[in-house]
Design a protein around this ligand. Sequence first.
Ligand SMILES: Cc1cc2nc3c(=O)[nH]c(=O)nc-3n(C[C@H](O)[C@H](O)[C@H](O)COP(=O)(O)O)c2cc1C
Length: 213
Amino acid sequence: MKPTIADLRRDYTRDGLTEAQAPVEPHVLFSTWFAQAVEIETTEANAMMLATVDSAGQPHLRTLLLKGFDERGFVFFTNYQSAKGEQLSAQPLAAMSFWWHDLERQVRIEGMVEQVSPEESDAYFHSRPMGSRLGAWTSPQSEVIAGREVLEQRLAALEIQYAEQQPPRPPHWGGYRVVPSLIEFWQGRSSRLHDRLCYRLKAGNWVLERLAP
Ligand SMILES: Cc1cc2nc3c(=O)[nH]c(=O)nc-3n(C[C@H](O)[C@H](O)[C@H](O)COP(=O)(O)O)c2cc1C
């Protein structure tokens, strides 16, 4: 018999997470988990959900690709004039979530958001394939468009314009960095008794606490 939605469940038994495994700096543990996700996950390990909030308090959520991280924070690239860009200029706060299914792990990150330096955005933009660079010029991201042909016509014009020269980075396109004030590492365990180790930034120091699952 076909299982109903209510029957769909999986017991998580792959691994555990103890305080002894948690370094002082959370980005060090993120780095370890991310490297394992790149190795093991069958889907894009750098795909994550990013939540922003608008001035009415309505949360908005979408999938993005993480493009860098270090002790300063977590970087993604997008259109500064998109819906998320508007939301971030009004309320520069975000939450991020990774779900690494094969590893039975989730990481949640919360913090303030800032634009990365123009040099950082330039460096990443120029590392992208030509199609993606022209795509950044082509798409008025999040705006209503009359049809797909709007994009195709714009792209065709840009291909002619940039046939013999490199497109510059559009001024409305670049990176954001989520500067974390909270990072939670979640490891699925059996019988829903998961491990949750949560780092919170307090007076400039990371404080580690275990949360009930
Ligand atoms: C796997 C995946 C990766 C994505 N990566 C990005 C990304 O890195 N940057 C981006 O602007 N949009 C990316 N998108 C599209 C976003 O989910 C979203 O549609 C777009 O950014 C517009 O969001 P907004 O209207 O809330 O601003 C991705 C979508 C998927 C499914």
